[in-house]
Each structure stands twice: as C-alpha cells, then as structure tokens.
Write a protein that binds this ligand. Structure first.
Ligand code: NAD
Ligand code: UDP
Length: 315
C-alpha cells in the first residue's frame, strides 16, 4: 500500500486516477484548487477511509509525505487555460517545481501529465516522441504549450541533476464521462449541443484533425507507465485513429439522433491543423494500445451527458 498524491485529483482524468488507486488499496491524497475540477467528480470517494481531499493551489508550496505523485493539475481546455494565462504558466512552472521539490525531498516517483500540445502545429505527421515540435512561443496557446514544455524540461533536469524518479506522458485528446458540461473542448461541446438541440459549433471549416482517446484506455496507459521500471518517457498516450472535426460532428449528430445542424465559427489562432500520435513506443515499452473505438466511447459519453442534463445538473 502506497500513499499517493494526485494533483488535479478533482478534475476529469485525476478523479479516475484517484478511484483506481483506491480500488488497488492505496491511500490517496487528492489535491485540487477546484478551478476546473468539481466535488461531483469525487463525491463518491469522499467517505472512503483511504481518501483525503486537500484544497490547495500548487502555485504555492506544500509539505506532504508521499510515495508517489501523479501531477495532473492544470486546466486542459483552451477556454480555461486562456482565461488567466499567467496563472496557467504559474501552474505549469511553479506548480511543477513545487511537486518536483516534494518528490526530491521524499524520494517519490512523479508522473507529469504532459500533452500533445508540446508538438504545437506539427510539421511531422503522425507525431513521434523524438519530434521537437512547431510551437509559437508568443501566441494565445503558449501559456499551455510552452508551460508544458518547460514542465517537461524541469522534469528532465531534476532527473539528471537530482536523480528524481520521473515519468512523462504526452496525452492526446482524451474524452469521456466526467468532463464538465461547460468544459469547452470539442467532444463535450458537440455532445451537449446535440443533446440540447443546439447548433454544433465547428471552428473553421472542420478539416482540422484530432485523434480521440477514451478515458479507460488512457487510464490503463497511465498506470502501466507508472509501474514500469527504467523508462522515464516522454511517451505518447493516445488513440491513433484520426478524424476531422467535421466527421466528429456528424458522428455525434448520428449517435444522439439529434436534429441539430452545424454552424461554423472562426478558427482560433494557432489551432493545430492535424494531430495524431505515433504510439510505437508505448506499444514497445508498455505493451499498451487503445481498444475502445470512437463510436463506442462516444456512446458511453453521450449516456453520461444525457444523465447530467436530465438532472438539470450544471456539472
Ligand atoms: P481538468 O481541467 O478536468 O482537470 C484539471 C484539474 O486541475 C482540475 O481539477 C483543476 O481544478 C485542477 N487545477 C488547475 N489548476 C490548479 C492549481 N493551480 N492548483 C491545484 N489544482 C489545479 O482537465 P483534464 O482533462 O482532467 O486534464 C488533467 C491533466 O492532463 C492536465 O494537466 C492536462 O494538461 C493534461 N492533459 C489532458 C488532456 C485531455 O485530453 N484530457 C490532454 C493532454 C494533457
Ligand atoms: N473545436 C470546434 N468546436 C468546438 C470546440 C473545439 O470545432 O466547439 C475544434 C477546435 O478548434 C480544435 C478541435 O476542435 O480544432 C479540438 O479542440 P479542443 O479544444 O477539444 O482541443 P485542442 O485544440 O486542444 O486539441
């Protein structure tokens, strides 16, 4: 039994990590400032004897005694990470320094939730971990992209200089139940719009691509990565099946049986035109690959949002 810290533990992905750790018999310290996370995501864990909730902002230092750290705190939706960009950078840089300082002091293994956004608007397709990316350092997405790139640098430097036991996962667009209704990312936006009978908002002409990974698949990759020895990463975790945003919109309309139409809004600045993970490294080192196709994952997610919306629940 380990004592495990999950930063961002009340968020979409973090809440699943907390849940699985408890299922495996570990003690969980869930740390969150509730910027984009919600008590609703973890309320079913609150009475668990091995679960502890800490309301804290990782831009401030904290002293804890733990064996492992899943460092997932950071708003992930462009709407939220651009709301207060300076705070996003502080969360990625100062927050990661604080977590690495903690990991160094207590000799804990630490995993960073990095992102496919470190590849920026990629000129190599699909993206391998050896690709250095094509990132605008001064744009609206930079607080997140560059923030995560610095976070990766910090991880590697603490590892090389101080021997900290690190893991870096580069997560590609992941979706599933527990995303917030107002999250702002494309899958939740389209499903909520379709269920409400509102127009689906495609930014630009919808020809940009993304590869969508269902949460259960991602979680399995995360846990395999944390368990494996002698491999720091970075490793891509994502589903290599690539879709245009227009295809996604059409699939959501079909699966919900909605009468919603599609409307086009301006494409945000620096929106990557294509993105798809090369997961050869994850296959080799972790024996991992996603199993849940988009249609199946969307069905689970649609059921979740139907439940949430029918309760009039703002989630
Ligand atoms: P999310 O917004 O649901 O979760 C982020 C959590 O971090 C929230 O609970 C939020 O309240 C918390 N948080 C934010 N700033 C904080 C701070 N300063 N101090 C303490 N807590 C803070 O997003 P998510 O999709 O669950 O993403 C989790 C992590 O995975 C993020 O680091 C994100 O960058 C990374 N990631 C996610 C995806 C994806 O597709 N979901 C892709 C790439 C990377
Ligand atoms: N997008 C869209 N409509 C929406 C939300 C997003 O067309 O309502 C597009 C967005 O411009 C991007 C893609 O969908 O091209 C994925 O956006 P998301 O915010 O989910 O993730 P990211 O851009 O970070 O991959």
């Amino acid at each position: 039994m380990k004592r495990v810290l999950v930063t961002g533990g009340a968020g979409f992905i973090g809440s699943y990590i907390c849940e699985r750790l408890l299922d495996e018999g570990h003690e969980v310290l869930c740390l969150d400032n509730f910027f984009t996370g919600s008590r609703r995501n973890i309320h079913h864990l609150m009475d668990h004897l091995n679960f502890e909730l800490i309301r804290h902002d990782i831009t401030q230092p904290i002293l804890l005694e733990v064996d492992q750290i899943y460092h997932f705190a950071c708003p992930a939706s462009p709407v939220y990470y651009q709301y207060n960009p300076v705070k996003t950078i502080k969360t990625n840089v100062m927050g990661t320094i604080h977590m690495l300082g903690l990991a160094k002091r207590v000799k804990a293994r630490i995993m960073l939730a990095s992102t496919s956004e470190v590849y920026g608007n990629p000129l190599q397709h699909p993206q391998t971990e050896s690709y250095w990316g094509n990132v605008n350092p001064i744009g609206l997405r930079s607080c997140y992209d560059e923030g995560k790139r610095v976070a990766e640098t910090l991880m590697m430097d603490y590892h090389r200089q101080n021997g900290v036991d690190i893991k870096i996962v580069r997560i590609f667009n992941t979706y599933g139940p527990r995303m917030a209704v107002n999250d702002g990312r494309v899958v939740s936006n389209f499903i909520v719009q379709a269920l409400k009978g509102e127009d689906l908002t495609i930014y630009g002409d919808g020809s940009q691509t993304r590869a969508f990974c269902y949460i259960d698949d991602l979680l399995e990759g995360i846990f395999r990565m944390m368990a494996v020895e002698n491999f720091t990463g970075p490793v891509n975790l994502g589903n290599p099946a690539e879709f245009t945003i227009r295809e996604l919109a059409e699939k959501v309309i079909e699966l919900t049986g909605s009468r919603s139409r599609i409307k086009h809004l301006p494409l945000p600045a620096d929106d990557p035109t294509q993105r798809r993970p090369d997961i050869a490294l994850a296959r080799e080192k972790l024996g991992w690959e996603p199993k849940i196709p988009l249609e199946e994952g969307l069905k689970h997610t649609i059921l979740y949002f139907e439940r949430v919306l029918s309760k009039g629940d703002p989630a």
